[in-house]
Ligand binder design. Sequence first.
Ligand code: DQA
Length: 144
Amino acid sequence: MKKILVLNGPNLNRLGKREPEIYGRNTLEDIQTMLDQVSTSMGVKLEHFQSNHEGQLIDRIYEAADSGIKGVIFNPGAYTHTSVALRDAIAGSGMSFIEVHLSNIYKRESFRHHSYTAGVSIGVISGLGIQGYMAALHYLAMYS
Ligand code: DQA
């Protein structure tokens, strides 16, 4: 069965409580449950990982690559805008990444307009809320 990693970066463990007017009221667990339900019908098995630590996200990327995972749905949170190290890990992993943001980062503060990770991802979905994760899953289920 095809496996896809759903990777979430810093502060996304606080979804539901964190700035709900921007990120909505769903928790990360709600998102994971919704993705699991849909992925089963697509014949895809998901692995989930969230961390507030850059190095742990990098380690998890390489672990996924070494275990044969081909596709990753990644919301890098604020590391999107700061992390050359995550960009390098994505570029060196050999896996296909779709970058997802719940909010539309281009409608927000200018420091969010630049993504270090977008240029090494297949595509970016920003501003569609939890539906962005679903769209990424549909794409990777077909093409990764
Ligand atoms: C985010 C957008 C980032 O700018 C922010 O730092 C986050 C969440 C999003 O999902 O909209 O933590 O990635």
